[in-house]
Design a binder for this molecule. Structure first.
Ligand code: DAH
Length: 335
């Protein structure tokens, strides 16, 4: 009898289970009601009394062996199955989410501005951020001792006492790009020139030493102040909506005559204020002469607007510094 038990034990050990079918075959062979383990117990009656204790113990061990082999094999097969059903195959699983970045609010505002000008038939031009004195000031009709040339407003890259050597500056506005464009383009010209500008100003909620402008230039025969006004108002309506509250005021710039400034109402009807968004005007004939355009033949208008100012109006932001701090909590609001 003990030999039979031993043989059964070996049989159980050598039975290989590698799939569900074999698992079921194993169960039928050894653990079912008519299986070999139960049959063995049925033979217990024929075992001599004095051997029963020992045989019974051996039988129980074989039964436990069969049961634990069954359970282990079952668990292993289940695990294998769940691995096969990993996220790779299960197309109903929600995909993992990755944090997405977004465009900076200034970039978003600039993109909106550009798309408005594209609709109005303008193209894009650009110029260097390090400018020479001629393009940043002289060609734009700034007199030699204009306060804007002062070191308090302008970051100088190179400054010379020799009048034959040009100063180099970080451009204080995008207007020098107008000059470069006129120098190398035959009118008609209809272009915008976006970019960074620099001014040596104390940092405060209202001002920063770096900001962005979009310059616009329109040159053709018979361009008039009425065209300028019409284009300004069209822009304001496309940018801020048809019910935008705006006003045009006379202004002064060395490079335009006459000059106009545009303000947009910021805040509620009762509790708000005017915010200046741009300077503009009819290009001064002296500027045309400096840039090689015939002032007898052509007239034109130009304007320069602050991208930060427009973003402030669009999004109700009251501190210009937030644009440059890159605080993720601020930026996330513009997703
Ligand atoms: N460059 C001026 C500034 O930075 C803005 C400006 C005014 C640009 C009038 C123009 C213009 O083109 O015609 O304040």
């Amino acid at each position: 009898m003990l030999n039979d038990i031993k043989a059964l034990q070996e049989e159980i050990n050598s039975f290989s289970i590698s799939d569900d079918e074999q698992l079921e075959a194993f169960r039928l062979e050894f653990l079912s009601r008519n299986g070999k383990v139960q049959s063995m117990f049925k033979n217990m009656g024929s075992v001599p009394k004095e051997e029963r204790a020992e045989v019974g113990k051996a039988m129980n061990q074989v039964k436990m062996l069969a049961e634990s082999k069954f359970e282990e094999a079952k668990a292993a097969l289940e695990q294998k199955e769940s691995k096969n059903l990993s996220a790779k195959d299960d197309i109903t699983l929600t995909p993992p989410s990755y944090p997405l970045g977004s465009l900076h609010p200034l970039t978003q505002t600039l993109e909106e501005m550009k798309s408005i000008f594209f609709r109005l038939g303008f193209t894009i031009a650009d110029g260097p951020e390090i400018e020479d004195d001629f393009h940043n000031f002289t060609a734009l009709n700034f007199p030699p001792n204009h306060p804007a040339r002062d070191e308090q407003d302008t970051f100088f890259i190179k400054k010379s006492d020799d009048p034959n050597i040009q100063d180099l500056v970080l451009r204080t506005h995008t207007s020098p790009v107008q000059i470069r464009l006129m120098e190398n383009t035959e009118p008609p010209i209809r272009a915008i020139m976006p970019g960074r500008v620099y001014r040596n100003e104390a940092v405060s909620p209202k001002s920063y030493f770096l900001f962005h402008q979009v310059e616009a230039l329109y040159i053709d025969e018979n361009v008039s102040v009425a065209d300028l006004k019409e284009t300004l108002i069209t822009f304001a309506k496309l940018m801020f909506g048809t019910d935008v509250k705006y006003r045009l005021r006379p202004g002064f710039f060395p490079f335009t005559e006459p000059s106009l400034e545009m303000d947009i109402w910021w805040g509620s009807e009762k509790d708000g204020k005017w915010l200046e968004i741009l300077g503009s005007g009819m290009v001064d004939p002296n500027v045309f002469k400096h840039a090689g355009v015939d002032p007898e033949k052509y007239t034109g208008f130009a304007w320069g607007m602050g991208v930060e100012r427009i973003a402030i109006l669009r999004h109700g932001i009251d501190d210009i510094r937030t644009f440059y701090e890159n605080d993720i909590r601020f930026l996330e609001q513009f997703n």
